[in-house]
Ligand binder design. Structure first.
Ligand SMILES: Nc1ncnc2c1ncn2[C@@H]1O[C@H](COP(=O)(O)OP(=O)(O)OP(=O)(O)O)[C@@H](O)[C@H]1O
Ligand SMILES: O=c1ccn([C@@H]2O[C@H](COP(=O)(O)O)[C@@H](O)[C@H]2O)c(=O)[nH]1
Length: 283
């Protein structure tokens, strides 16, 4: 679908939050802690004119000190704008639909149909990771293999760099509509992707009972050759889905950006729901 090039992690850069030391400025601490141990000398006798001059002097000194303390103690923003935050694809440039759901809920099957019927570009995060794992010389191969077998989430830097690269290559070739399948699986990915790559149009969420997904995956495992289509890995993937990925669905749902589909249905019936969902969002 697109030429695969060497994974370059440079495009995804993570903003640094500069926290400021909110401690009381040294000058104030010094002022507070100055305590004389010797008794003050008796005040000299003062004339009324001298008293007025002294009063004005104290007033002037006081306001200068106060102004200087105020400027030093003024709270500064915790996040200093360093470099301007830029998104790789500003709104309107591309359309990204996230496709989420439990393992085996049928995401890939429906995405493939949309590629044929509607010309979407289908980017499966899992497929991209498997390709990177298989790429000769990849320094992430072992890490990816381990995560996939254990059903855990590969660090976002790797997955987002792969996705960004794939989107860029397809965009350069004229593509505008993307189905991002099986991503974001974790909150950090959701936030970073929308900050650095593109805002999602909405999320298609594939609801399916665990038992149905389990049966489908065990069946698929007979021929898929996937290292995670076995009961041990599937159990771990289900747990990761509930604990780590569902919060992402809830996060987008709170923004009114999730369309839920009943996927315990024949492929064509799910496909009808998908089409209606896209129509309802003007895609
Ligand atoms: N609606 C359906 N009814 C019955 N079987 C289905 C349905 N949708 C998909 N399948 C089958 O279930 C299996 C899993 O489907 P698919 O690969 O599309 O799921 P997935 O959500 O992409 O899984 P994963 O997240 O593990 O990649 C496949 O063997 C597929 O043929
Ligand atoms: O964003 C992602 C997506 C996937 N993974 C890992 O890949 C496997 C398989 O994903 P599928 O979508 O089922 O093909 C998944 O269990 C994770 O280990 C990931 O780390 N991050």
């Amino acid at each position: 679908m697109f030429a695969r090039t060497r994974l370059n992690l440079a495009p995804v850069q993570f903003s640094r939050i500069i926290t400021r030391n909110n401690a009381v400025p040294k000058c104030i601490r010094r002022l507070n802690s100055t305590k004389s141990t010797t008794p003050p000398p008796p005040p000299p006798p003062r004339s009324p004119k001298g008293k007025i001059l002294l009063f004005m002097g104290v007033l002037a000194l006081g306001s200068t000190v106060a102004a200087s303390l105020r400027s030093k103690a003024e709270p500064k923003s915790a996040v200093e704008p360093t470099a301007k935050q830029t998104v790789a694809f500003p709104e309107g440039e591309i359309s990204v639909v996230f496709v989420l759901g439990g393992p085996g809920s049928g995401k890939g099957t429906q995405c493939n149909k949309l590629v044929k019927e509607r010309g979407f570009i289908h980017l499966s995060a899992g497929d991209l990771l498997r390709a990177e794992q298989a790429r000769q010389g990849s320094k992430y191969g072992e890490l990816i293999a381990q995560c996939i077998k254990e059903g855990t989430i590969v660090p976002q830097e790797v997955t987002i760099a792969l996705l960004e690269q794939a989107i860029k290559e397809n965009h350069d070739a004229g593509a505008r509509n993307f189905l991002v399948d099986g991503f974001p699986r974790k909150m950090d990915q959701a936030i970073t992707f929308e900050e650095k790559i593109a805002k999602s149009a909405f999320t298609l969420f594939f609801e399916c009972p665990e038992q149905v997904m389990l049966n489908r995956l065990l069946e698929r495992g007979k021929t898929s050759g996937r290292t995670d289509d076995n009961i041990d890995s599937i159990t771990k993937r289900f747990r990761t889905f509930v604990e780590t990925s569902m919060p992402v669905v809830d996060y987008f749902d709170k923004q009114g950006k999730v369309v839920k589909l009943n996927c315990d249905q024949p492929v064509d019936s799910v496909s009808e729901q998908v089409k209606k969902a896209l129509e309802s969002r003007g895609i």
